[in-house]
Design a protein around this ligand. Structure first.
Ligand code: CMP
Length: 146
């Protein structure tokens, strides 16, 4: 596709505790870089319960909310901002379906994850979400979409 027609975006990507504990950070980051996405900020950290509840507050009335929060605080996570043309959709395509059983072979979740909960990666699903999620972890970054 002709990249000149696509918008340069930034999106938040998280490598979840399962991916970090399995030492898959390097292999997963290669997927993003090889697809043309640039890592412009990154941190390795462990979320507190309060932070995880805030980050996933959009899901706070879902039945899986408590399990999701407990999983996300169970170990270190790697958070990063990816930048590139159509970065939000490109990241989601690389990740694959939320449920690894439905993800296409070759996607990150198909290759590196075991369950819908321990599904290796998270990625922003819209421009609005990307703004919230990037500023949650990287308040110093000026987000643009040009
Ligand atoms: P993520 O992209 O991080 O966004 C919310 C997370 O909730 C999702 O990935 C899954 O890991 C997790 N989750 C757990 N159970 C479900 C479910 N039944 N449906 C959707 N997401 C779920």
């Amino acid at each position: 596709m002709n990249n000149s027609k696509l918008k340069k975006q930034q999106t938040l990507s998280i490598l979840k505790p399962d991916a970090v504990s399995k030492r898959k950070i390097g292999q997963i980051l290669s997927r993003f870089e090889d697809a043309g996405l640039k890592i412009i900020a990154a941190r390795l950290l462990q979320l507190s319960k309060k932070e995880a509840e805030q980050f996933y507050s959009i899901h706070n009335n879902r039945v899986f909310f408590n399990d999701l929060v407990n999983f996300m605080i169970s170990g270190p996570i790697f958070v990063q901002v990816l930048e590139g043309f159509d970065a939000i959709q490109k990241n989601r395509d690389l990740m694959g379906d939320t449920d690894p059983k439905k993800a296409i072979p070759g996607s990150i979740r198909f290759d590196f994850s075991d369950s819908i909960e321990a599904n290796a990666v998270h990625g922003s699903d819209s421009l609005e979400t990307a703004k919230f999620e990037i500023s949650f972890f990287f308040p110093e970054i000026n987000i643009y979409n040009s």
